[in-house]
Ligand binder design. Structure first.
Ligand code: GDP
Length: 327
């Protein structure tokens, strides 16, 4: 390995923890900078069985986004999608609350077939990523089932019933991750978190409660992050106390947690060495023993995604140097 590359970290891998659409924006920027040195560990607790098919919403968001196949206008799913299947299903009285485009359907059908043949989500994700020409490595956090349950005042809702069917309207009292205690960290995830050749770990600006917590609920992941010996940097999903999209702010209000960068930092306490907050969000008052860096974090186009990725990497490298100097 070239010594200059080794010093600036260009030859070493970066592991990003990621949920769906918000996290995928930063993963896209990181892939632009890092190519195959990027390893994305993905939340699988949004998965569900629907119409007899295994649907993996966060994994598929990553596959479409990193494969540049995603619909940027709609903000989810594939570009150039058609909806013949949904129309035909509605015509015969089938369940249409969860929209499955025709192209998207192909992925669910093929994944379900391969799972039934005994293949793992890890293998299937790697193959599809290859077919889509994705440079980064995509790692489902576990190959075992784990399911987010949202507890509302009236009832317990499976995640997609809350998120899609009920449009996040019910108040959230608590969130549970069923089967988490039995889920095993996927072998690939264990391997990429080994200290050798690891540059840093990035927690993408995904929803901390619905996207990152279910990852951390898989036994062994927290321990592996701590043992990795590399800086862990999180990016706040809040800008001026608001979520860019989705229910993060609403959930924080409902759970009685102030929507500030300080509470995001506190949520990841003991896990992160540094937090990136938006340039407009003064890092005062975080009050924890972590470094804070304020940079523009709103990702609206390829340039802003790549710029934030570069800022995150430079911050992580600075933290690593500081840690080395302190040794
Ligand atoms: P989901 O699983 O599809 O809901 O997506 P994620 O959990 O990965 O991301 C949702 C979070 O991403 C929300 O809390 C948003 O505030 C955050 N988010 C989306 N776009 C941006 C952005 O451009 N900048 C920052 N800082 N956060 C963002």
């Amino acid at each position: 390995m070239n010594e200059a590359n080794q010093i600036c970290g260009a030859e070493r891998r970066v592991v990003a923890l990621c949920g769906g659409v918000g996290g995928a924006k930063l993963a896209f920027g990181l892939q632009k900078v890092l190519g195959s040195k990027l390893h994305v560990v993905i939340n699988m607790a949004d998965d569900f069985e629907h119409l007899g098919l295994h649907v993996s919403p966060d994994l598929d968001t990553l596959l479409y986004t990193l494969g540049e196949l995603n619909d940027r206008q709609r903000g989810w799913g594939r570009a150039g999608e058609s909806w013949n299947f949904m129309e035909a299903l509605g015509q015969i009285g089938g369940e249409t609350w969860f929209a499955l485009g025709d192209r998207d359907l192909a992925l669910h059908v093929e994944r379900t077939r391969r799972l039934a043949n005994g293949e793992s989500l890890t293998q299937i994700a790697a193959d599809v990523a290859k077919h889509f020409g994705i440079a980064a490595h995509l790692w489902p956090v576990t190959d075992d089932p784990i399911r987010t349950i949202v507890i509302t005042p009236e009832e317990e809702l499976a995640f997609q019933r809350y998120f899609v069917a009920r449009r996040c309207e019910p108040a959230v009292r608590a969130i549970r991750f069923d089967c988490a205690e039995k889920a095993r960290l996927a072998k690939g995830v264990e391997d990429v978190l080994q200290p050798e050749g690891l540059r840093m770990i990035v927690i993408c600006p995904s929803n901390p409660f619905l996207s990152i917590d279910p990852l951390l609920a898989v036994p062994g992941l927290r321990e592996a992050l701590r043992a990795a010996g590399a800086p862990v940097v999180a990016v706040s999903p809040l800008i001026a106390g608001q979520a860019v999209k989705g229910p993060t702010r609403k959930i924080m209000d409902e759970l009685g947690i102030q929507a500030t960068t300080a509470t995001i930092a506190a949520h990841y306490q003991g896990l992160i060495d540094g937090l990136i907050v938006d340039a407009g969000d003064l890092p005062d008052g975080i009050g924890l023993d972590i470094s804070v860096q304020a940079v523009p974090t709103l990702m609206t186009d390829d340039e802003s995604k790549t710029r934030l990725a570069q800022d995150v990497l430079a911050f992580g490298d600075r933290l690593a140097r500081k840690a080395d100097e302190g040794r």
